[in-house]
Ligand binder design. Structure first.
Ligand SMILES: [Zn+2]
Length: 342
């Protein structure tokens, strides 16, 4: 009898552990290590000339009246947002954008980057630089493209005025979880000399090659400068790194403005995952995705109940033109992350 009850207790423990795992496991776990930058990528990284324009910007910022948003960064919690669809205005097939974004937080931002900054709790006055006017910023902050008839730069600088060290760490984490490859540039640290600020690159948009190199350098845990040394001020969580990596892949490594949707990652513990024409296991197989692959979820729908890596669910995710069970997809949440499929 006693033996039975001990076994029962162990079974209960196992059940509760399994429930725990399914709750925490969907966090883009096990981000693969990023290969080092090749010579060409490293040569494209910005040099110290950046310090000149940042000094000018810091002076310009002194004239602004700060709104106290510091308490937004008391934790690193953040809510995932859905990247709305946009078109490059210069593309031949350019069509009007159909998804409404919030008004741009600051001119020169990509609309998705603007919404992501709002989601992270950043007030407009903190944004000191989007598209650079100073000659010294011609490289890094020059326009990367045009959306809704407005030019944008994927690179943005923000002020850390009024923030404690803890709040700076939390803000770095929040921004990365929204898809920014971001560094705190602190005078005298991590290869930086110049004004203290954050420099960030929004990963899910078309950008110039120097910024693509910066995102790659960030993913490899480096400082994003031509010295390309290990970045030591902050260690980003696996979930933050996975989000930047997945968003970067959504824009085909920063070469397009596509990338609408929500990033996820396949986890089958080995086998490829079938993509089906419908939301049941008897629906025709229309393709497959490799274990560990990053996918873009355009919408979700309820269907057949499936038991997978992350427990049992009736939720199915649309990727491309087919569906996969959400039981095998890490999305950062056990619930819905995308709108209902039509
Ligand atoms: Zn910058």
């Amino acid at each position: 009898m006693r033996l039975v009850s001990v076994t029962f207790a162990v079974a209960l423990l196992a059940l509760s552990l399994a429930a725990c795992t399914s709750g925490e496991g969907k966090d883009f776990d096990d981000v693969p290590a990023e290969p080092a930058l090749n010579q060409e990528e490293q040569a494209a990284l910005p040099t110290d000339e950046e310090a000149i324009h940042h000094a000018e910007l810091e002076a310009a910022l002194a004239a602004e009246v700060p709104e106290d948003d510091a308490s937004n960064f008391d934790t690193d919690d953040t809510t995932n947002i859905i990247d709305g669809e946009v078109f490059d205005d210069e593309a031949a097939s350019a069509a009007p954008n159909t998804i409404a974004f919030q008004p741009l937080l600051h001119s020169g931002l990509h609309p998705r980057a603007s919404d992501a900054l709002r989601a992270a709790g950043v007030a407009a006055w903190r944004i000191t630089q989007t598209i650079g006017n100073a000659p010294a910023s011609a490289g890094t902050h020059a326009a990367d493209g045009s959306v809704n008839g407005r030019s944008y730069s994927a690179a943005t600088d923000i002020s850390v005025s009024g923030l404690s060290t803890t709040q700076i760490h939390n803000l770095l984490e929040k921004l990365a979880k929204q898809g920014f490859a971001v560094w705190y540039r602190k005078n005298g640290a991590d290869g930086w000399s110049g004004a203290n600020h954050m420099h960030m690159v929004y990963a899910n948009c078309k950008m110039k090659s120097s910024l693509r190199s910066q995102v790659r350098s960030w993913l490899a845990g480096r400082n994003g400068l031509v010295s390309n040394t290990t970045y030591r001020f902050h260690t980003f969580s696996a979930s933050a790194k996975a989000t930047v990596k997945a968003k970067y892949e959504m824009s085909k490594s920063g070469t397009t403005n596509g990338g609408a949707g929500v990033p996820g990652r396949v986890n089958t513990a080995g086998a490829p995952l079938n993509v089906r024409s419908g939301t049941t296991l008897s629906s025709a197989v229309v393709g497959s995705v490799a274990d560990g692959a990053y996918v873009t979820i355009s919408c979700q729908k309820t269907g057949a109940s499936v038991k997978g890596t992350y427990g049992t669910t009736t939720l199915w995710d649309k990727i491309g033109s087919g569906y996969v069970s959400d039981a095998f997809i890490s999305t950062g949440s056990d619930g819905r992350v995308a709108p209902n499929c039509p």
